[in-house]
Design a protein around this ligand. Structure first.
Ligand code: NAI
Length: 500
């Protein structure tokens, strides 16, 4: 147990510094600074502007590794050029595999549901590293671009374990896994399978699953049926913004990015360039994210006091220009500035809200967070080991404008005298050879599938024969990529084409 902790602090760009100053002023009044020091780190626009395409300095990376906790404001992503989102970079660099967001009806924030008297209180865990967010993209032909969707078993396990552990801590009794496993049977299928596998360690928590499109409809109609959801990265990104809309918008949704070692707490919204520098931004999202951070490091009492003061202030009608409920007694036509908003919360410190349930105030008021030991190198995380794999063929991807029968003729010729026979050609995932419809429109990028000839036993050849086949094809065609077809403990490790 440590008495003082250092938090890496990055105020951000645009409205970032304004809402960060306001939040820290509030925290100071709640005596948070008796336990926490904030160490400024350089990242975002100022770093991009120096020509650093990562948007973060090496010193900042080291400082974050030392602190283990980052509190950050929104940061601008450079438009065009090679600069990637610093927000995504941070999450991946420090393996913060779970993005945890809480969605609660707040007093003074009018929504369709608040007007109907329906209180919302649920959370979403979004896988934060994998999926299409790997950013592995290639131009494969004149007309085809690819983005690889990567889902790993250990990646799923980490996010699911975090979800179940968090549910247990918060007293959540049911978790739903959102997915699209009916279409992406292998990637989303794995996400769902690992949800069920990890869930077995938490028998006291009920589980359910829901296809993501149905989930969106259910959320619009009856969101109160969900307590906690866990989703793959892209689907989670979209569904969590939908959820933010249900409770009043991005200005009210806090976010924590949690990893095994490092955690990042940030507002969900962006830099709001249209109102930056005017002192009118709403700091609520950053304040709520800060409260998640205080709870993460053990300052439970301070977080509860601050949350109660915020709720008490909001229910009087205190508001910034982006929201408000004219029916509340303290509603002022003239909205508060960011600074006035925070002063309004400070005035309520020690009070509890009257119109909504107050947050219970625990006794724990000193840091419990312990810096993790620095690993000696990057860890390789694994779920399945000792799996028996067998080569059964290969998929070879071609950049060619030929028709399916012409591709088939060429490929059959090349495959003569090899252990492989041509079994399938598909275009955009749909089988176009040996059978298919003449109405299937094709583009200039094909998958050709070769499988072992009759009489060649699975396991009789290694991948070098498949590479040799690719080499032969490359004498005449542009081979864009290649995937080895294998079975894993006897189970097919690849999908069938649509229509196969
Ligand atoms: P944005 O969230 O900055 O703004 C969208 C709208 O919401 C604007 O009208 C803005 O005035 C308003 N708004 C946002 N936060 C507000 C607040 N706290 N108080 C009052 N009004 C608020 O989204 P936009 O315009 O798409 O992105 C601007 C920049 O922010 C981009 O460079 C983007 O890459 C970056 N961004 C950064 C994020 C992060 O750091 N986590 C997240 C999203 C965007």
């Amino acid at each position: 147990m440590t008495s003082r902790l250092t938090i890496a602090l990055a105020p951000g760009d645009g409205i970032g510094p304004e809402i960060m100053d306001a939040t820290l002023r509030l925290f100071k009044e709640a005596k948070v600074h008796d336990h926490l020091d904030f160490r400024p780190v350089a990242m975002g626009k100022s770093v991009f502007d120096t020509g650093n395409s990562k948007g973060i300095t090496d010193e900042a990376v080291r400082a974050i590794e030392d602190c283990g906790v980052v509190f950050k404001g929104p940061m601008e992503t450079p438009k065009g050029g090679g600069g990637k989102s610093i927000n995504v970079t941070l999450r991946k660099l420090f393996s913060t595999f779970a993005n945890f967001r809480v969605f609660k009806t707040l007093p003074g924030v009018q929504t369709v549901f608040s007007k109907a008297g329906i209180r919302l209180d649920f959370s979403i865990v979004r896988e934060n590293i994998e999926d299409t967010y790997g950013g592995v993209e290639h131009r494969l032909s004149n007309d085809m671009i690819q983005c690889k969707r990567l889902i790993s078993a250990p990646g799923c396990d980490q996010v699911h374990r975090f979800t179940f552990q968090t549910a247990k801590r918060l007293g959540v009794t049911k978790i739903h896994c959102g997915h699209k496993a009916n279409i992406m049977k292998m990637t989303d299928g794995l996400f769902l399978e690992r949800f069920r596998a990890v869930g077995k360690d938490f028998p006291e928590i009920e589980t359910g699953d829901v296809i993501v499109d149905a989930l969106c409809m259910n959320m619009a109609i009856k969101p109160q049926q969900y307590q906690m959801l866990v989703l793959p990265n892209l689907q989670g990104d979209i569904v969590s913004d939908l959820a933010a809309g249900l409770v009043g918008g991005l200005g009210f949704a806090p976010s924590a990015n949690i990893g095994s070692n490092i955690a990042i707490f940030e507002a969900v919204h962006g830099t709001a360039p249209d109102i930056a520098g005017k002192g009118i931004a709403n700091p609520t999202s950053l304040i709520l994210s800060g409260l998640m951070m205080l709870r993460h490091v053990g300052l439970l009492k301070q977080a509860a006091h601050l949350e109660n003061a915020l709720l008490a202030a909001l229910e009087t009608g205190l508001r910034t220009g982006d929201f408000g409920d004219p029916s509340l007694p303290g509603y002022r036509k003239e909205p508060a500035t960011t600074a006035q908003f925070v002063e309004g919360i400070i005035e309520r410190l020690g009070e509890k809200p009257k119109t909504v349930p107050a947050v219970a105030v625990p006794e724990q008021a000193t840091p419990t967070f312990a810096h993790p030991a620095r690993p000696s190198g990057q860890q390789v995380i694994r779920t399945f080991v000792n799996v028996v794999t067998t080569v059964v063929g290969c998929d070879i991807y071609l950049d060619t404008p030929l028709s399916p029968p012409a591709v088939a003729e060429e490929m059959q010729r090349v495959a003569q005298d090899t252990p492989f026979k041509l079994t399938l050609i598909s275009n955009r995932g749909t089988q176009v050879w040996p059978t298919g419809s003449v109405y299937t429109e094709c583009v200039d990028y094909y998958r050709v599938r070769f499988e072992l000839r009759d009489g060649v036993a699975p396991g009789a050849i290694g991948q070098s024969r498949a590479v040799a086949l690719m080499d032969k094809i490359a004498e005449k065609f542009v081979v864009c990529s290649y995937e080895l077809l294998r079975s894993f403990d006897g189970v097919r490790g690849y999908s069938l084409a649509q229509g196969q």
